[in-house]
Design a binder for this molecule. Structure first.
Ligand code: SF4
Ligand code: SF4
Ligand code: SF4
Ligand code: FES
Length: 1003
């Protein structure tokens, strides 16, 4: 099959445009969809071997030939054949069975069966299971090791060429699902093998360690290093003994046949069930919300198996797949700590909780409830967060409660509240993949939301999706884009508004949609007067030609999704910029249908949830206005208290209130505020003024240094609960490990503090907390643990009967009249202008392998090996101008602070723009950022910082290590595994088509 045909199949699988037909399989009538892959129809009816066929997502690969069947008398690969009406399929003919056995025999020539001592023998090894299914007793093609060394050079996984059956699933996953385009198979080699970057060793290749290839490998050729010697009862024995044992088994195989040997390995695999625990969890890093099974043996984390997640299916990034060392790290807090002089001493829970309860009580009594603030984590569960905001409101009696969406997401939420009514992504990740055009603004999606980015990369590569990227930095998505441009930082609102005006002026606006569904067109149109293309071109420093090309692409696209992140929100006009995006979507009719809409990409794993559950100073759970008497009364009745009727303080205002002496006590969970808030020195100085500062976390963070009491919390793997991802998808996580030492799940800690302040709470399990929240929150009305069992998910709003909304606004917008609102915005220049003293623009953000400041990822050995140190990206022009190269130490100074760092010269940044990845705890970027903020949400304008650099005399080594994929990675893009090249080999023939190698099937 040609590459184009394969692409057609993938497309067909995605579009779902198939009609129902009937086919005959071994005489039985089977319902099928016209155009689907035959293997899928057969598998719904009966088992059939299919080693290289994984799923419709991966499409047909056709390398193994184990799925051969007869169709209308002709031998075909069932994975490479489309279903047609009235097909007559025979799987049980001698010819088909012999052909499948021959195909498997060829595979065994590439793979030694030593299952009993193999770490992959866990009842899910496709090669092992197929050997059993085919009742293989002996092999005709003797096993022949390949003349290549095992590659151990990646910190997380290894490749054993001699065990590789050349099925190509790893290549297909890397080229078409992850689209990192690292892997290929050297089909023309004497002995083919999988190649990284065409022949590089794994370490230092372009491999980003996402793990897709390992996840789909059907045998032990690719394996997580964490599995080696750990999974089997015998696989951990010294290599020499292991080899001897394999030799013994091989010696008895010709006489005994595989049957008895496989029985032993089956029994051993069964025994492994007892000691390997498999628990469904949800990723604890970013807002994509990948879910997967985590395999644990005692406290050891063996591997991550993604398969059934609605957001990610088989996908993960390096953090979700391998970033787990932090859970068992020696630095985990395991006992409460109480400040003593300039240090801390360990304390019992009783002492720490009583101290917190008593002191909070005293502050409340002396200075009133509003002298206390509560900051909820966006890494902890919905249930943890709900209880903390309930604690603030019902026990302390204040609405001074917030979460870290204040630092990133609040402006996007504001933009959506103003225009369409709900503060969440308007569709699903699946919609982004289906869209005709994706516009990415101010988001380094491939590094900050890696799995979501794969859906765009895949649709762009395989299905003709158009991609436009606007960003100051030329990151991976920019390099892949059909149109990439670099607006002057802080001016996105201008070109986006100019596009809206252009659409209206040139007849590209969706008039009928606007008339029926949108209010405020006249006023909005008037507000667009200044936003001509000429004005936008001048202000944004982008040519009119590019802007018009972008406008025409948008006008021509049937559907468009706009993805944006902190490149928009962390500006002084973050809310207005987000509003401008939503306005443009309305003008172009890109709401109310699948495959289009607004996608502000949520940063932390549960930052959406932290706002949903009411950790905000103005809302109860589900964004219910706390100033509405009816709503407030409902909560008062449920909680048995009277509640404060005024808005509280947000994070930013709490810091100001500390300086004003109004805020005296702060209870903060799972948030390294010193690293995360802007103007770190000012925040640190504020914390020093508090009468009581309680920090609840899993590590002793920078922020803990300012605490009076530190309470040891438990990470996600150690608790039950739910997270809500960027697509409003609520997903359950289950406890995989017991809480380490004396650490406790956050909800338990909050409950204990509340009890010491007089609460009669008695929650026994997070499900009870969710039940309470659902009963008070229309958005979550139908959410229950039963409806979320296992891999089941719900996307809010959820009706009482459990009906959810994967796509918002299909019938109406979330305003009383059902209509959206165009919301006029105007432009103002960014706050910190460049001048002769501060002549460089500082940008900042995440990088793929570290999460924010790296409290968790710096404790993952492999990640540290690849990326141990921070650096400042500078442009080639700037390096030339200052006469410096990578590794040179410089002092970076802003109007707010200063730090010393090495530079990395890169073509990703341009001119006088520099980029500081967030990965540092020692010198966080927020030493440099100021306190100016978006006036609508108080979100700091982290991306509006002017700096200068002073070149220091010291020249260090390149901060990028050769092991890092950025160092010299050189991908080898191809459409898939290119099996046609295999079929051209002289030593290949399709099993069953020549008499020469024909062998008898065993069944
Ligand atoms: S990027 Fe690396 S880990 Fe990910 S699929 Fe490709 S080769 Fe495998
Ligand atoms: S390494 Fe790749 S080609 Fe080899 S068996 Fe595994 S998935 Fe197949
Ligand atoms: S960090 Fe994000 S993209 Fe990576 S595995 Fe976790 S949820 Fe998925
Ligand atoms: S499953 Fe069809 S060729 Fe491999």
């Amino acid at each position: 099959m040609s590459v184009i045909e394969m692409t057609d199949k993938l497309k067909a699988g995605q579009s779902g445009k198939q009609s129902e037909v009937e086919i005959s399989v071994d005489g039985a009538i089977v319902a099928a969809s016209e155009g689907e892959l035959l293997v899928e129809s057969i598998l719904r009816h009966k088992e059939i071997p299919h080693i290289c066929y994984h799923s419709p997502l991966m499409g047909p690969i056709q390398t193994c030939d184990t799925c051969l069947v007869e169709v209308d008398g002709k031998l075909v690969r069932s994975c490479g054949t489309k279903v047609g009406a009235h097909m007559k399929v025979v799987t049980e003919s001698k010819r088909a069975k012999d052909a499948r056995s021959e195909a498997f025999d060829v595979i065994l020539g590439n793979h030694m069966l030593y299952c009993t001592v193999c770490d992959n023998n866990n009842e899910n090894c496709r090669v092992h299971n197929t050997a059993l299914e085919l009742n293989v007793q002996h092999q005709e093609h003797p096993f022949k090791p390949k003349p290549y060394e095992v590659d151990m050079s990646n910190p997380f996984y290894r490749y054993d060429p001699s065990q590789c059956i050349l099925c190509g699933q790893c290549v297909q996953a890397c080229q078409t699902v992850q689209v990192n385009e690292t892997l290929s198979i050297g089909w023309e080699l004497d002995q083919p093998r999988v190649l990284w970057d065409g022949g590089h060793e794994i370490g230092g290749s372009s491999c980003v360690s996402c793990g897709h290839c390992i996840t789909v490998c059907p045998c032990n050729a690719l394996m997580e290093k964490s599995m080696l010697g750990e999974a089997g009862f015998l696989s951990g024995m010294p290599k020499e003994s292991l080899n001897k044992m394999i030799d013994v088994v091989k010696a008895i195989e010709p006489e005994m046949g595989y049957g008895a040997i496989m029985q032993v390995s089956q029994t051993e695999a069964k025994m492994r069930e007892e000691r390997i625990k498999k628990t469904k969890t949800v990723c604890t890093y970013c807002g994509v919300g990948c879910s997967y099974d985590v395999w644990t043996k005692d406290r050891k984390i063996l591997k991550i198996v993604p398969e059934h997640g609605d957001a990610n299916q088989i996908s993960t990034c390096v953090k979700g797949k391998f970033g787990w060392d932090y859970v068992n790290h020696k630095d985990r807090l395991q006992k409460p700590l109480i400040r003593e002089g300039s240090g801390f001493r360990e304390a019992s829970w009783e002492e720490a909780l009583s101290l917190v309860g008593t002191k909070l009580g005293t502050i409340k009594q002396q200075y009133g409830p509003d002298s206390i603030g509560v900051i909820v984590s966006s890494k902890t569960t919905n249930e943890d967060g709900y209880l903390m905001q309930k604690f603030a409101r019902s026990i302390i009696g204040t609405n001074n409660v917030d979460n870290c969406s204040r630092y990133c997401q609040s402006p996007a939420t504001m933009g959506l509240f103003r225009t369409v009514g709900y503060g969440g992504d308007s569709g699903s990740i699946e919609d982004i993949g289906k869209s005709a055009l994706v516009l990415i603004v101010g988001s380094n999606t491939a590094e900050s939301h890696p799995v979501l980015a794969t859906r765009v990369k895949r649709a762009h590569k395989l299905f003709g999706q158009r991609l436009i990227v606007a960003d100051p930095r030329e990151h991976e998505m920019a390099r892949r884009a059909d149109i990439y441009f670099r607006p002057r930082p802080g001016t996105d609102l201008v070109w986006i508004s100019a596009l809206s005006r252009y659409m209206l002026d040139n007849g590209y606006a969706k008039q009928a949609f606007l008339e029926q569904w949108v209010n405020g067109l006249d006023e909005y149109r008037k507000s667009l007067e200044p936003f001509t293309m000429e004005y936008a071109s001048k202000t944004c420093e982008v040519s009119i030609e590019i802007l018009e090309r972008v406008a025409k692409e948008i006008a021509a696209a049937d559907t468009m999704c706009v993805l944006w992140a902190m490149g928009i929100t962390q500006h002084t006009d973050g809310s207005d910029g987000s509003t401008a995006i939503s306005n443009l979507l309305l003008i172009t009719g890109n709401y109310m249908r699948p495959g289009c809409g607004a996608y502000p990409l949520r940063g932390h794993n549960n930052v959406q949830g932290a706002s949903d559950i009411g950790a905000m100073p103005n809302n109860y759970p589900g964004y219910q206005d706390l100033t509405e008497p009816e709503i407030r009364e409902r909560f008062e009745k449920a909680w048995g208290v009277s509640l404060p009727p005024e808005f509280g303080l947000d994070n930013h205002e709490m810091v100001d209130a500390i300086y004003e002496g109004k805020l005296r006590g702060l209870y903060l969970a799972g948030e390294d505020m010193i690293s995360a808030d802007s103007n770190a020195s000012r925040v640190a100085a504020a914390f020093e003024k508090l009468d009581l500062f309680v920090v609840q976390d899993i590590f002793f963070t920078e922020t803990c240094r300012y605490a009076d009491v530190v309470l040891p919390a438990a990470p996600a793997l150690e608790k039950d609960g739910t997270f809500t991802n960027t697509e409003r998808r609520i997903q359950r996580l289950y406890q995989a490990l017991p809480e380490l030492g004396e650490s406790l799940a956050d909800w338990k800690i909050t409950q204990e503090i509340a009890k010491r302040m007089g609460a009669l709470w008695d929650y026994q399990h997070p499900s009870e907390i969710m039940a309470e929240m659902a009963s008070l929150t229309p958005l979550y009305a139908g959410v229950s643990y039963e409806r979320l069992e296992g891999y089941k998910t719900l996307q809010w709003p959820v009706e009482p009967d459990g009906a959810d909304q994967p796509v918002l606004y299909l019938d109406k917008f979330a305003f009383p009249d059902g209509k959206a609102r165009l919301y006029p915005v105007s432009f103002r220049e960014p706050d910190e202008a460049l001048d002769s003293d501060f002549d460089l623009f500082l940008n900042n953000g995440r990088i793929l392998e570290h999460f924010h400041e790296g409290n968790m990822t710096h404790r993952v050995e492999g990640i540290r090996e690849e990326t141990p140190e921070r650096y400042l990206e500078i442009s080639e022009e700037l390096a030339k101008e200052r006469g410096i190269e990578s590794g040179r130490w410089v002092r970076v100074t802003s109007r707010h602070g200063s730090l010393v760092i090495k530079v990395l010269v890169t073509s990703r940044v341009f001119g006088n723009q520099v980029y500081l990845p967030l990965l540092s705890q020692e010198g966080p970027v927020n030493i440099l950022t100021g306190s100016h903020a978006d006036p609508d949400t108080n979100t700091p304008a982290y991306k509006e910082t002017a700096v200068r650099i002073k070149v220091l005399p010291e020249q260090g080594t390149n901060p990028l290590k050769p092991l890092n994929f950025r160092f010299s990675g050189n991908p080898t893009p191809q459409t898939g595994v290119e099996v046609e090249r295999k079929w051209k080999r002289k030593d290949y023939h399709m099993p069953g088509t020549e008499d020469l190698v024909q062998i008898q099937s065993q069944k």
